[in-house]
Design a protein around this ligand. Structure first.
Ligand SMILES: C[S@@+](CC[C@H](N)C(=O)[O-])C[C@H]1O[C@@H](n2cnc3c(N)ncnc32)[C@H](O)[C@@H]1O
Length: 242
């Protein structure tokens, strides 16, 4: 019998923000997503959502940028949500709400969201196609979605090498070794993710397959490209206005 090591989002949460602090590819992606989000035309009282929102690196930025809208941070992992809540102790953001919910337990009304994002989360969900259909339903006609998903296998050693070069140039050898030591858990959890991708537990897809899945749901695609060193797909989609 094959054994499967399972990613622990709860354990990952303790070191997850090392990605935001030190990983230039994560930083670049966050910038690219926020560049899209900032183009949204949001009215006072609108509701926005981040599905699989992790430690809030995107949902909190959205709440900052749109103080007149409500932002729903939705994630099922208590550890990820606790890290987000800690950040809110420093910066309360009354328009940001954390919902501790599995994606299959979200009960939003049809057409209740003006826009949403889901970043590196769809591939982890038990039924990504159903979640895409739900997202379509939750959005109002004309509503926007920024969807980023890791479709290809994570090559952990290749990533460590690329990151290592970057850190060496930026910080020198001593600090680089310290960062790698502290980031051991990040590498371990990424290896578990790869294992789950290999076993077909997590969704893997080509760029075209991802775009097709988004189109099959009814969305119109406004922009699509690969990102995150080619392992992920970046799609800006829109629910048709009528
Ligand atoms: C790779 S992290 C991405 C976090 C964040 N979007 C980011 O890019 O920083 C995937 C997130 O999906 C969440 N997740 C996994 N399965 C879930 C499910 N069934 N329902 C809700 N959230 C889930 C995990 O807890 C984790 O926070």
């Amino acid at each position: 019998m094959q054994s499967t090591t399972t990613v622990s989002w709860n354990t990952y949460a303790q070191k997850y923000d090392m990605l935001l602090a030190f990983n230039p590819f994560y930083q670049q992606l966050q910038q690219e997503v926020m560049d899209q989000v900032k183009q949204w035309k949001i009215r006072p009282g609108d509701t926005l959502a981040d599905i699989g929102a992790g430690t809030g690196n995107y949902s909190l930025a959205m709440a900052h940028h749109f103080p007149m809208a409500s932002v729903l941070h939705i994630d099922q992992d208590a550890g990820m949500n606790a890290v987000t809540a800690q950040k809110k102790m420093v910066d309360p953001l009354p328009n940001h709400k954390i919902l501790s919910l599995g994606v299959d337990k979200i009960q939003l009304e049809s057409a209740s969201l003006r826009a949403l994002i889901s970043i590196h989360a769809l591939y982890t969900f038990p039924d990504p196609s159903q979640v895409l259909r739900d997202m379509y339903d939750w959005l109002e006609p004309g509503g926007k979605a920024v969807l980023v998903d890791a479709g290809r296998m994570v090559k952990v050693f290749d990533w460590q090498r690329a990151l290592g070069w970057h850190l060496l140039r930026q910080y020198g050898l001593r600090k680089t070794l310290e960062i790698f030591k502290e980031g051991k858990e990040v590498s371990r959890q990424n290896a578990y993710i790869r294992d789950m991708q290999e076993k077909g537990i997590f969704w893997t897809h080509s760029h075209e397959e991802f775009c097709q899945a988004v189109r099959d749901t009814g969305f119109e695609i406004e922009l699509s490209k690969t990102c995150f060193r080619g392992i992920s797909d970046f799609v800006v989609a829109r629910k048709p206005a009528s």
